[in-house]
Structures are given as C-alpha cells and as structure tokens.
Write a protein that binds this ligand. Structure first.
Ligand SMILES: Nc1ncnc2c1ncn2[C@@H]1O[C@H](COP(=O)(O)OP(=O)(O)O)[C@@H](O)[C@H]1O
Ligand SMILES: [Mg+2]
Length: 223
C-alpha cells in the first residue's frame, strides 16, 4: 500500500549561532497504513521533535512533510489545524487527559471539536471505550484510574476522529513493564485491525519487539 506520511530531508534547528541545536538533522521516512513503526533512540536524540514535525505540531526549518495530500510545510494554519483534528491522533507519555472530565468525556473532546452530532458521538465513544477495554470505567475521572487505564483513555481519544496516522511519543514511559507490554499489544492490534499508520517512540528495547519496522535515531538522524 502507498505511504500516508512522506517526510523528506527534515531539519529542525532550535536557537541560533552558538546555542544552535540540530534536534532533527536530515530525516527522510515514510509511514504506511496498518504498519507499526517503533522509533528508538536515547533521550535527546530528537524523537519528540521528529514526531511533532510528522504530525503538524511544529514546522521544520527545512525539508518537507506530506500527510495524505496535504503538504504541511506550505499549509496555512487552518489546514494544519484541520489535519491535526481529523487525520492525526496523538498519544502522549503524560497522558494529557483533562482532569475534570470523565473517561468518556475525554474521549468525546475531539468529536465535539469536529461538531459530530450528539447521538453519533455517544456511539463512537462507547465503541472506543470498548475497544480499549474501559467500558466499565467510563464515568471515572483520570485520578480514579490507574496509569495504564489513563493511557487507554489517551489511545481511545487519539482514535476518536478515525485518523489515518497515530503518533505516540513514549506512550509507555510512565508505565510499569507489564502494563507497557499490554499497551503495545493493544496499539499493535488497533494498527492492524483499523489500518492506521503508526509511529511509536521509546527508549525501551522490549517495546520494539511489537514493531513491523524499527527506526533508530541518534543525534537527529536515523541510523
Ligand atoms: N523547544 C526547544 N528549544 C530548544 N531546544 C530543544 C527544544 N526541544 C528540544 N530541544 C533539544 O533538541 C534535542 C532533541 O530533543 P527531543 O526531540 O526532545 O529528543 P528526545 O525526544 O529523543 O528525547 C535535545 O538536545 C533538546 O534539548
Ligand atoms: Mg522525547
């Protein structure tokens, strides 16, 4: 199948002059539907910076990124925002759930932003909570859930808009190793069942065992 994400010679430089940091220093890659790519690399190697570029959260200093038909480098803010809402789902190490909302309400947020009708929202949220095994916890707030359960909510929320691309930045970084294993099994199953193109960063070698393809990053480049 043809790629959903095409990145060509991406560079992201922070600062200038003597304090210049080449966080991403010339990366090209493609992500394909139903493929789980694991991005390995030590802390500071540029994983987060690269993932933010791929998902349109940040713009490169040079190089190009295309998601579907949208060239992110030249897209306006409106087009980028639409892309982030519809085509790309993000999962964060710190879960990034809203503390005053229940599990179900957190999953519903992206659908409200997209103005999905109420009935359809309810059905989608129920389906997503079922997918991640949290139907029985739908009314609990994040602080009433374990770390693993919170990350399941994060995954359900990332999938709410039915994105083509799933980007997860160290999603297991705050979880114990058994829970991390379960999380990767869940993500791998979702990637294959739903045909989403996924990239997951980690510095944990065990996590890479779930990958269809492993990319290694060092000092801003892929090895
Ligand atoms: N907003 C920023 N401003 C300046 N330097 C940054 C910024 N974000 C990241 N960096 C630097 O870029 C490099 C790569 O960081 P990062 O992408 O977070 O790596 P990783 O996710 O692999 O730990 C590091 O040297 C980091 O200090
Ligand atoms: Mg990081």
């Amino acid at each position: 199948m043809s790629a959903v994400v095409h990145a060509h010679d991406l560079v992201r430089t922070y600062g200038s002059g003597e304090t210049e940091v080449h966080a991403v220093a010339g990366v090209s890659l493609e992500l394909h539907p139903a493929e789980l790519v694991v991005l390995r690399g030590p802390s500071g190697s540029g994983k987060t910076t690269l993932l933010n570029l791929l998902g349109g959260l940040d713009r490169p200093t040079s190089g190009t990124v295309r998601v579907g038909d949208v060239e992110l480098t030249t897209a306006g803010e409106g087009a980028l925002s639409t892309l982030r809402q519809r085509d790309v789902g993000f999962v964060f190490q710190s879960f990034a759930l809203l503390p005053v909302l229940s599990a179900a309400e957190n999953v519903e947020v992206p659908l409200r932003i997209l103005r999905t009708p109420a009935r359809e929202r309810g059905e989608r949220v129920a389906e997503l909570l079922d997918l991640v095994g949290l139907s029985a916890h739908r009314n609990q707030r994040p602080y009433e859930l374990s770390g693993g359960q919170q990350q399941r909510v994060g995954i359900a929320r990332a999938l709410a808009a039915n994105p083509r691309v799933l980007i997860a930045d160290e999603p297991t970084g705050q979880l114990d190793s058994a829970t991390a294993e379960q999380m990767m099994t869940l993500i791998a199953g979702i990637v294959r069942a739903r045909g989403v193109a996924a990239i997951v960063s980690t510095h944990d070698p065990k996590i890479a065992e779930h990958a269809d393809r492993v990319l290694r990053m060092r000092a801003g480049r892929l090895e």
